[in-house]
Design a protein around this ligand. Structure first.
Ligand code: SAM
Length: 308
């Protein structure tokens, strides 16, 4: 386990993932009922952008750094605002010194009734995360294998919420583990929202991953991606993807606004692209509360990457 997210905190992939996670939390907050976020690969929760690591690897400059300076289209601005509010709340004035990892992001968005289970396997990171949330009754930090948690920690007792699975993709087999983990968790918590992150790097691996997801028969799987440059050989990270399971009915429309805007801001000049498509939809069924029960419609998005 050599991965350190500190090298990547606030990069384009974090920005895309964290904006989508924010939209999901904002949706869950529309009902008074409490929800839980289960963050299976949590990291340390808070990243210093002024420290040695961020200076050696300033990926955030082309991520959150660019977004903060960008003129977003009018329709995208209100959708990004709750995320930017969290960033502004952590930083003095116009300076950007700190970037929130997913646990701190969702915790900041919470109401008093909402809860977080944050899992981290690396002992030092788990300890740092524990210190960050010491005494916080809304957060449980668990030093445990996140893949086990996918089985053991669902369904949450709140019966509604989001499972974020954000593995480092450093070891072989992460795509297979995502499919397997989703199947196990979905059997026990079929109405939960799930966000599974994956890298756009190895085109074949992503293709096989999507085929394997389709073959599970799990309904309501939405694929959302941005790429910041064309795929290359040898492969290098060129984009960020999320599989969203049971997305709220509002999310598809929001992503149609957000993804092209983010691809344009975060992409190399003229190179940003996005993709939004259903891997599997579902026939209409009555279910008013995504996050607790299945959502209503399935529709087909555009099958090919789009210009930003
Ligand atoms: N979700 C975080 C965020 O958005 O701020 C970033 C997480 S980072 C991509 C992946 C994290 O997973 C690393 O901190 C790594 O130590 C941790 N990790 C690796 N294998 C794990 C496992 N099997 N279970 C739990 N955590 C793991």
């Amino acid at each position: 386990m050599n991965y350190s997210h500190a090298f990547h905190a606030g990069n384009f992939a974090d920005v895309m993932k964290h904006i989508v996670v924010t939209r999901l939390c904002e949706y869950l907050k529309k009902k008074d009922a409490a929800f839980r976020v289960i963050d299976t690969h949590a990291g340390i929760g808070r990243y210093d952008l002024t420290g040695e690591i961020a200076r050696r690897s300033p990926e955030w400059v082309d991520g959150i750094g660019r977004l903060l300076k960008a003129e977003l289209p009018a329709k995208a601005r209100p959708l990004v605002e709750p995320y930017l509010e969290v960033i502004r709340g952590l930083n003095p004035g116009d300076r950007l010194e700190t970037y929130p990892g997913s646990p701190l992001l969702v915790r900041t968005l919470f109401r008093p009734q909402d809860r977080l289970s944050a899992l981290e396997l690396h002992p030092e990171y788990a300890e740092r995360l524990g210190r960050l949330f010491a005494g916080d009754v809304q957060v449980r930090v668990i030093h445990l294998d996140g893949w086990l948690a996918l089985n053991a920690h669902v369904p949450p007792k709140e019966k509604r919420g989001l499972v974020l699975v954000d593995p480092p993709f450093e070891e072989k087999g992460e795509f297979e583990r995502l499919v397997d983990g989703l199947q196990k968790a979905h059997r026990k918590f079929p109405g939960g929202l799930y966000a599974l992150w994956y890298p756009l790097k190895d085109t074949r691996a992503v293709h096989d991953f999507v085929s394997a997801l389709e073959a599970t028969g799990i309904p309501r799987l939405l694929r959302a991606e941005i790429s910041i440059r064309p795929a290359s050989n040898p492969p290098r990270l060129h984009g960020s993807g999320l599989i969203l399971v049971n997305p709220p009915f509002t999310l598809e429309g929001e992503l149609r606004v957000l993804l092209p805007a983010l691809a344009q801001v975060l992409g190399d000049p003229g190179q940003g692209r996005h993709r939004l498509e259903w891997i599997r939809g579902e026939a209409p069924a009555a279910a008013p509360d995504p996050g607790a029960t299945r959502a209503r419609t399935g529709s087909t998005g555009s099958p090919r990457p789009r210009r930003a």
